[in-house]
Design a protein around this ligand. Structure first.
Ligand SMILES: [Zn+2]
Length: 314
């Protein structure tokens, strides 16, 4: 299913909601829960609340905390400068459980974004361990990318920038009654998992979930267009089959306005390989000005003496 920007996400969601209410018995019709639709609306509202911004100057023109903050992201992740310590691994819960409904994939003018519904057992996928100050539930997923002649990850690892960086945004369970935006006002509000993607000539291993998502990208080239990713994905499928035992972790911020300093970052060292022809699909997205949505990464920020930790165990 696809709808153009003329109709808009809001109306499309209204339509889906009505369709769900009216046709719940009709076989084959995809059902999205009210809860999921409300989460998508809240995510969109939070996105709008941060006003217009773009990547024309890689974020150097963004104001407020983006300009004044001392714990900003992304940063360079460098093995020789990291505190290599024995920290526990990241523990994943319900990451192997199918999500309750198909995912809605949206071009919000800054990225390709998917709000994650709970899993079929009613619980959300969540994580703890590592340096995380609590348990954090998976809320949404989006990507940062480059262009035909530049790479677009936000963090760099040992001075290397990767083609794409995926962010899985999680919210601390102690703020269960708050939105992601509200939780971002607390230092321990959010946890983001960063996963690097590398473009390869051809697929070495099948990443069914990711390929399904990337195959839908041509349907959301226009600003505010949405589509569905059919099939019941698991949150775990987003990770390809990376080794999650090796990662960098530090305290930082959101990498888009308002750059709230509320994020415990975990960036995995292992990289997902995706065919270049899949990654190319990101470069065709357009922003609200109908300009190509490319190089959607923020410049590297000062660490300002913040410790960066590295876990070096499988
Ligand atoms: Zn991001």
């Amino acid at each position: 299913m696809f709808i153009s920007r003329n109709w808009g996400l809001e109306l499309w969601l209204q339509f889906l909601l009505l369709a769900v209410l009216n046709f719940t018995c009709s076989p084959g019709f995809v059902q999205l829960s009210n809860e999921y639709i409300n989460d998508i609306k809240a995510d969109e509202a939070a996105e709008q609340a941060n006003g217009e911004y773009n990547y024309d100057q890689q974020g150097n023109d963004w104001q407020g905390t983006c300009q004044d903050g001392l714990q900003q992201s992304p940063i360079e992740l460098i093995y020789s400068k990291a505190n290599v310590t024995s920290i526990s691994r990241i523990r994943f819960y319900n990451y192997d459980q199918p999500l309750q409904s198909p995912l809605v994939l949206t071009n919000n003018g800054h990225t390709a974004n998917m709000v994650l519904p709970p899993t079929r057992n009613g619980q959300r996928a969540y994580i703890n361990g590592g340096l995380l100050p609590g348990s954090f539930e998976a809320q949404s997923v989006h990507f940062h990318w480059g262009s035909p002649n530049s790479k677009g990850s936000e963090h760099t690892i040992n001075y290397e920038r990767y083609d794409v960086e995926m962010h899985i945004v999680h919210k601390n369970t102690r703020y269960a009654d708050k939105t992601v935006g509200e939780a971002s006002m607390f230092a321990d509000g959010l946890a983001v998992l960063g996963v690097m993607f590398k473009a390869v000539p051809r697929l070495s291993s099948q990443h069914t979930g990711l390929v399904r998502i990337f195959n839908q990208l041509p349907l959301i080239t226009e600003y505010q267009s949405s589509t569905m990713v059919n099939g019941r994905l698991t949150a775990g499928q987003l990770l390809g089959n990376i080794i999650t035992g090796r990662f960098y972790s530090y305290n930082g911020s959101l990498t888009t306005p308002d750059c709230a300093e509320s994020v415990t970052w975990t960036v995995f060292q292992d990289v997902v390989e995706l065919p270049r022809r899949q990654i190319m699909k990101l470069w065709n997205l357009q922003d609200s000005r109908r300009y190509p949505l490319i190089n959607t990464y923020r410049d590297i920020q000062d660490t300002n003496g913040r410790p960066v930790y590295y876990r070096n165990l499988q």
